[in-house]
Design a protein around this ligand. Structure first.
Ligand code: GDP
Length: 265
């Protein structure tokens, strides 16, 4: 390695670790690559098949306020710095999800996790065993349990810092899409079912994530009654739900997604 290359390497790794990072996860086909392209370039474009994690640098739109900027003057030159962040895409395919797990377990300035779902695949009416809802809920279950365990096994008395999770209901432009409020209830209902199935030990927990999830710990506490996202607050994991679409005939609508990012930047 030449000194120049080394210098560049250090400079680059420094600049990547210092920027606030959001992780983008979710089942494949939910629109992660589309969202990443839109947020990086400001315009939608044809997507590629994601095989490896891809991190892009984004700027918060001028219209969206960053929480950290609220008390800063408009002329403060650090404003621009605080509006920049990294968005890291992870492959949605089950076998590749360890990339996502690695980043959650070893976060570098992680500010939050965006869990993108295709709201048009969440309907339960098909009566199919493996609906999009089941898949979306299983991945979300694994994700939340990893975060919960990170909190409960933390050495410090306060536990790790907050890890906000946004459930981003995408493709709301499609008429088959479940409305945002239904997305929350549908996922909570499915997670309740999953939790009781898992506690009975009927299914193998965690596809490809066994080491992280294969223990008795129950999602959101004692495992009794209905699971709600509010239960995760106990573990410093505030969960919000937002709706939008990153593509669509009428143009995109990502305001709620941006607002959430702004709140945590
Ligand atoms: P990924 O596998 O999560 O990266 O998903 P992609 O970004 O590759 O998107 C999967 C498919 O959904 C592509 O055909 C996209 O064009 C389409 N798509 C993504 N977002 C939207 C959306 O908001 N609305 C509609 N109608 N289609 C979308």
């Amino acid at each position: 390695l030449s000194p120049l290359a080394l210098h560049l390497y250090i400079y680059r790794s420094k600049s990547t670790t210092s920027l606030p990072t959001f992780l983008l996860v979710g089942p494949s086909g939910s629109g992660k690559t589309s969202l990443l392209t839109l947020f990086e370039t400001g315009k939608p474009s044809a997507t590629h098949l994601s095989q490896s994690p891809l991190t892009v640098e984004c700027d918060l739109p001028v219209a969206t306020e960053a929480a950290s900027n609220r008390f800063r003057s408009r002329n403060d030159s650090s404003n621009r710095e605080h509006r920049k962040f990294l968005l890291s895409d992870t492959p949605g395919h089950g076998k590749l999800r360890y990339h996502a797990v690695n980043q959650i377990v070893k976060p570098e300035n992680l500010r939050g996790i965006i869990y993108l779902v295709d709201a048009s695949t969440l309907s339960t009416s098909s009566g199919d065993e493996h609906t999009g809802l089941t898949e979306a809920a299983q991945y979300l279950y694994d994700l939340l349990l990893i975060l919960q365990k990170k909190h409960t096994t933390s050495k410090t008395s306060k536990g790790p810092s907050e890890t906000p999770v946004l459930i981003a209901a995408n493709k709301l432009d499609l008429f088959t899409a479940l409305p945002k409020s239904h997305v929350r209830t549908a996922l909570e209902t499915e997670l309740t079912k999953l939790r009781s199935t898992k506690s009975k030990g009927l299914i193998d927990s965690g596809v490809g994530m066994d080491d992280q999830t294969n223990e008795e710990e129950s999602l959101g506490g004692d495992g009794e009654g209905r699971f709600t996202f509010a239960l995760m607050e106990e573990y410093n994991i505030p969960v919000s739900v937002a709706g939008g679409n990153v593509l669509g005939g009428q143009g995109e609508d990502t305001k709620e997604f941006w607002d959430w990012i702004g709140e945590h930047l």
